[in-house]
Design a protein around this ligand. Structure first.
Ligand code: NAD
Ligand code: MG
Length: 393
């Protein structure tokens, strides 16, 4: 604990994940400005124990009860002052605490929705890495942020770049958002061999080190599809205003085009500590530990169109957002089921979009107004996706 009166209290949702670990790294570099209130994880006891001993939060949540019990026993002698909670409800408890100023929303998938909404409802600064929650509940989420005077800052590198390149006064003069994508590991692989792809090949991203789910999403380019939807909600844009640009070097993290011909870009090494530091420090800049960009080493910046034949998930995401909120919930739910089945070697890589397309066909247009409607659509789409998978595996 530090003695700085202005030090910000932080809860990290998903601290054992890639974003969580990078967030802890940035915070440890500025320990006089930030202090940890809570760390949370699903079940990784070893990693959480190590984080607790190194970073000393006041609370820790393990969603899985058995994991919480194991962690309590391990902490008893080494750090008995850390309070261990369990269950998904506890995620909401540790974001709502009055001593929490900032919440890093870095749980993967739909499991992040309720705690992220709780953070927005409690008026916190929400550092949003978990794009799935916005894809599921964009309208409700943005309303919750504004009704409760919360501050929503994008951590996804592309959205963080866009945020850095937009004028402070909204969208004045903006004509287009150029959302960059690396193209993932299969950008140039022969299309007729995509069905043979293994989980190991899919998670081996050329530029970024990330969790398994987002790595598969990057390989199918569903990640970019989810990001198109995320950008629409964050910046109040239509899908027509967003152009996906494949940029294999991942040096430009996105761009904003203006009506006078200017295009502003944010560049940097592909290291999530840059957008994390920007979100933590905003409106100031703080050190992140990221190496300076060496343009001479990079030497070239290339750009390509995205091919919907190679990446049908990208097309499905555009179509889903145009159809409305029910469809984007179905898109996300079916994708989560498909990616998990693929990682378990129970679904072919090329069946991921087929399964999602089926779930979308079962869904009505329009947008849900309430959380209950969102959750019902989510579980209905999961049921349909599972059905398709059992019939086609
Ligand atoms: P990860 O798989 O490395 O970590 C996920 C974290 O969520 C872990 O701490 C895990 O314990 C926790 N978690 C998993 N299931 C949970 C559940 N049911 N309940 C509560 N907690 C649960 O994932 P990641 O790569 O750090 O990504 C996290 C989020 O950030 C994702 O939404 C991803 O799309 C987004 N994101 C990640 C990156 C990146 O570079 N890794 C970049 C941009 C956005
Ligand atoms: Mg991204």
């Amino acid at each position: 604990m530090n003695n700085n009166q202005n030090s910000k209290g932080i809860t990290i949702l998903g601290s054992t994940g890639t974003i969580g670990v990078n967030t802890l790294d940035v915070i440890a570099r500025q320990s006089e400005h930030y202090h940890l209130i809570a760390l949370t994880a699903n079940s990784n006891v070893d990693k959480m124990l190590q984080q607790c001993l190194q970073h000393h939060p006041q609370y820790v949540v393990m969603v899985k009860e058995q994991a919480a019990e194991q962690l309590s026993i391990a902490l008893k002698n080494q750090a008995p002052d850390i309070e261990v909670l369990s269950g998904s409800q506890a995620l909401e408890t540790v974001v709502e605490l009055t001593q929490v100023d900032y919440v890093m929303a870095a749980i993967v998938g739909a499991a992040g929705l309720l705690p992220n909404l709780a953070a927005a409802k409690a008026g916190k600064r929400v550092l949003l890495a978990n794009k799935e929650s916005l894809v599921m509940s964009g309208k409700l989420f943005m309303n919750t942020v504004s009704e409760n005077n919360a501050t929503l800052l994008p951590i996804d590198s592309e959205h963080n770049a866009i945020f850095q390149c937009l004028p402070a006064s909204g969208l004045q003069g903006v004509t287009q958002i150029l959302l960059t994508a690396s193209g993932g590991p299969f950008r140039t692989r022969a299309i007729d061999t995509l069905h043979d792809i293994t989980p190991e090949q899919a998670v081996a991203h050329p530029n970024w080190v990330m969790g398994q789910k987002i790595s598969v999403d990057s390989a199918t380019m569903m990640n970019k599809g989810l990001e198109v939807i995320e950008a629409c909600w964050l910046f109040q844009l239509t899908t027509e205003q967003i152009q996906v640009v494949i940029h294999p070097q991942s040096t430009i993290h996105s761009m904003v085009a203006y009506n006078d011909g200017s295009v502003l870009a944010q560049l940097g090494n592909p290291d999530m500590r840059t957008p994390i530091a920007y979100g933590l420090g905003w409106p100031m800049r703080i050190e992140s530990g990221v190496a300076p960009l060496d343009l001479f080493e990079i030497a070239q910046l290339n750009f390509e169109q995205a091919d919907y034949n190679r990446f049908p998930c990208l097309r499905l995401a555009y179509e889903a957002h145009q159809a409305g909120g029910y469809a984007t919930i179905a898109l996300n739910a079916a994708n989560e089921i498909a990616v998990e089945a693929f990682l378990n070697r129970q679904l072919r890589f090329t069946d991921i979009p087929a399964l999602i397309e089926y779930a979308l066909e079962q869904t009505t247009s329009g947008t849900p107004e309430t959380l209950n409607e969102i959750l019902i659509q989510d579980s209905e789409s999961r049921r349909q996706a599972n059905l398709w998978w059992h019939e086609n595996k």
